[in-house]
Design a protein around this ligand. Sequence first.
Ligand code: PEP
Ligand code: MN
Length: 339
Amino acid sequence: MLVVMKKNAVSEEIEAAVCAIEQKGFTARPIPGGERVAICVLHNQGAVDASLFMQLPAVKEVIPVTRPFKLVSRESHAGDSVIEVGEVLVGNGHLTVMAGPCAIESEAGALEIARLVKDRGARIFRGGAFKPRTSPYSFQGLGEEGLKILAKVRSETGMPVVTEAMDHEVFDLVEHYADMVQIGARNMQNFSLLRRAGKSRKPVLLKRGMAATIEEWLMAAEYIMEGGNDKVILCERGVRTFASHSRNTLDLSAVPVVKQESHLPIIVDPSHAAGFRDQVVPLGRAAVAVGCHGLIVEVHNAPEKALSDGAQSLYPDQFADLCRQIEAISNVYKASTNQ
Ligand code: PEP
Ligand code: MN
């Protein structure tokens, strides 16, 4: 349920409404909006009697939230959220490109790739330090050393960095070094990790699980927001199907559906969806055409020598083409949708 305050409600009246909600045994979560504050009522078992709060001073209306996800839902927050990653904005009218290698392999390599992607249009640098690999014999990432390299990339290039926290154990460390913490597809329903991310002050990039419905994905985001962290960015990265011509099947219909259901920004990862670099540029173009708020793309200076996901990593020139093409598509998208 949402208790919507009048436009001119003063902070004492908002505070009084919060107290009244909490006195009934619920949790009250004020959500500042463009024009007015709405207070989301959480932790209720079943429907709440609207008349309990209708009579409070400066309450405009009480409306039920019909979706199982509440804080994530557009019903509780009508406008698009814009999330700050370092000083880079993600969401609403922004098209934010994140790029870098699958894994951080060395300081020199990371710095070189970072300069290459920055020059070609990336605003945020990606790179895994803790890698979730299918085989225990594959390169597992440099761990803390990789995080230190990411910090160096930030200080040398000015780009904020995003990297994955693969488990609870390393979350503190990742949070310390990164500007945004990634929760990977394999961990989308790792509820203790989601709760930990909810306590973080850093933005969280929540990738869709490889067999997750949109509702399950949005409920995972709800865990993070319920924990007190409202800086969540969603990332569609393909789901597992019978197809073998690509690593996963990019579900582009997720973009308009998520935008309808949620105020959170949604970006697309065409690299992990495709698995093969020749599909990455076309899928990236398509993702921008359906209205995503950005892309996260794997790029390597020498993909044939990459220690992970070389086959799907773009050459720097392909990444430059992608950036040029999506800028043009984004301009058409904005002009034709009045954004
Ligand atoms: C990644 O982005 O490095 C990654 C492992 O992606 P996903 O969790 O989507 O497989
Ligand atoms: Mn990868």
